[in-house]
Design a protein around this ligand. Structure first.
Ligand code: FES
Length: 113
């Protein structure tokens, strides 16, 4: 039963900066970040620092399901504070491990540069 559960796919939706959206269906894997998955699914999201919480170019707005995410850790919170014009539901996608809690969530790429 346990293994069946871990193999169950999740589905979330992401809008790119043009407002086009796509659904991503994937098996949860905590070794991947949301940034990794967005990139491998063809979304144009830079992630310049390679996931170190240092650039902010992986910023996404969480349109649906924000309350399910664990709060930002100190590094992420510090980076979010440094970015201009963020809103309270913005997160660094490189800091979000791909998890079953993302099922049904909706994100919007912010492409902060
Ligand atoms: S990729 Fe640089 S902060 Fe996420």
């Amino acid at each position: 039963m346990g293994s069946m559960r871990s193999e169950r796919k999740i589905e979330f939706k992401a809008y790119d900066t043009d407002g086009d959206w796509r659904t991503v269906e994937i098996t949860p894997d905590a070794s991947l970040s949301l940034l990794d998955v967005l990139q491998s699914n063809g979304f144009d999201i830079p992630g310049v620092c390679g996931g170190l919480a240092l650039c902010g170019t992986c910023l996404v707005k969480v349109i649906c399901g924000y309350e399910k995410l664990p709060p930002p850790d100190d590094e992420e919170a510090a980076m979010l504070e440094m970015l201009p014009d963020t809103n309270p539901k913005d997160r660094l996608s490189c800091q979000l491990p791909l998890s079953s809690i993302m099922n049904g969530m909706v994100f919007r790429l912010q492409n902060y540069e």
